[in-house]
Design a protein around this ligand. Structure first.
Ligand SMILES: Cc1ncc(COP(=O)(O)O)c(CN[C@@H](CS)C(=O)O)c1O
Length: 411
């Protein structure tokens, strides 16, 4: 029995029909669904242990604090960070990347410095750097993509220089699913004295991440992309950088002492965690980590690669369908962008929804990539650990039926 069939019954939401067809949920790159284990862990916390953290001397406050900090330790182990001081809870990848651009950018980037990006980045890993570059009169330098949408490593090394202060890249891109060689990019970046900021939103759900082995300086991801709740994410940062960075948000929790006209800050990681945190979200994220760890990231990656090896060639073989990104299935980390020639992606997604299949349509918060692909928008199917062969069979049938519907009016 494949992983998807084995684990599907952990996800109650998947057992429904849409337009009288079994739901086939293939929008996991937008957000994943939560297993009962995550839902139950959050309910248990709220039913038994909820209180505000780090403040109360009463028993519930102690239990809530213990649960919250245990979640942080669980994240540390999951990404193999050296210390919990390096694990900051945020609202998600977007917040995490904004904190780096604002706080590290302010201390490290000067006029004339280079910030290297790629055309394939999500807006969350583009717009914060645009704002930093404007604030500091720094240069945004875009690394070319090759003909299949991979990062052009030759162009990267050409553009890397002593002016490079920051390299900001996705580990896995959210439209093409390309897996960037982050470990090599980090090594080359450090050789010129730069730091690497990695957008891990689309990698953490699909593969094991070891931030010390990768030797990245910052790594950002969201709970809701990895079978956890929305509203909780993580910013990993090397302690030496976080110590140099000023807080981005101010108020309770993050202070050591507040005088009338100035204040001192709490130690890491709390320096960056102003206000009452999302305790329930952190508990849910920790339960998602336990769930993934029980299955094993290698097992998940192998499952998704096996499905991709089946579905990508079948999609590529449909006449009139354009599939974007690498030709090889092994280079797609769970994501396939495609169009049916001559049919607007929104019409495709609507027709597929009529057949129970949920895919994304639009620019996927990657408008520079749409321009590079020379399209306004694409469709996108994205797999999860619960995706089954039956799901993909229904997906392929829906693509074919959608194409025929728009060509001759029958579905
Ligand atoms: C590579 C990448 N980087 C950052 C984000 C933002 O994650 P948040 O949890 O919203 O902060 C995302 C979320 N991409 C969703 C929503 S546009 C997608 O459908 O592709 C992402 O894929």
């Amino acid at each position: 029995m494949m992983l998807g069939d084995k684990r599907r019954n952990d996800f109650p939401i998947l057992y429904q029909t849409v337009n009288d067809e079994p739901l086939v949920y293939l929008d996991n790159a937008a957000t994943t669904q939560k297993p009962r284990q995550v839902l139950e862990a959050m309910s248990y916390y709220d039913e038994h242990d909820h209180a505000n953290v780090h403040r109360g001397v009463h028993t519930l406050g102690a239990r809530a604090t213990e649960a919250y900090e245990a979640a942080r330790e669980n994240v540390r182990q999951f990404i193999h960070a050296h210390s919990t001081k390096e694990v900051l809870f945020t609202r998600g990848t977007t917040t995490s990347l904004n904190w780096v651009a604002q706080s590290y950018g302010d201390v490290a980037v000067e006029a004339g410095d280079d910030i290297l990006l790629s055309y394939a980045e999500h807006h969350a890993n583009l717009v914060p750097w645009q704002q930093l570059a404007k604030r500091k009169q720094a240069n945004l330098v875009y690394i070319d993509l090759d003909e299949e949408g991979r990062l052009d490593m030759t162009d990267f090394q050409t553009k890397l220089s002593s002016k490079t202060k920051i390299v900001a890249l996705a580990h896995v891109t959210n439209v093409l699913g390309t897996i960037q060689p982050i470990k090599e990019i980090a090594r080359l970046t450090h050789e010129v004295g730069g730091v690497i900021v990695v957008d891990g939103a689309q990698s953490v759900p699909h593969m094991a991440v070891d931030v010390q082995d990768l030797d990245v300086d910052f790594y950002a991801f969201s709970g809701h992309k990895m079978y956890g709740p929305t509203g909780i994410g993580v910013l990993y940062g090397k302690e030496k950088w976080l110590e140099q960075m000023s807080p981005v948000e101010f108020g309770g929790e993050m202070i050591e002492f507040v005088h009338l006209y100035n204040s001192t800050w709490a130690d890491l990681p709390w320096k960056f965690e102003a206000g009452t945190p999302n305790m329930t979200g952190a508990i849910g994220l920790s339960a998602a980590i336990d769930y993934l760890t029980t299955i094993g990231m290698t097992t998940i990656m192998q499952h998704e690669q096996a499905l991709m090896a089946d579905v990508l060639p079948r999609l590529q073989a449909i006449e009139g369908v354009t599939v974007f990104g690498p030709t090889s299935p092994s280079e797609h980390a769970g994501v396939i962008a495609f169009n049916i020639d001559g049919i607007h992606p929104h019409d495709v997604a609507t027709a597929m929804d009529m057949q129970g299949v949920a895919v994304r349509a639009g620019h996927h918060c990657a408008q520079p990539l749409m321009k590079w692909l020379d399209v306004q928008a694409t469709n996108r199917a994205s797999l999860g650990l619960y995706t089954t062969q039956a799901d993909l069979n229904q997906f392929i049938q829906a693509v074919i039926a959608t194409k025929e519907f728009f060509q001759n009016g029958t579905i």
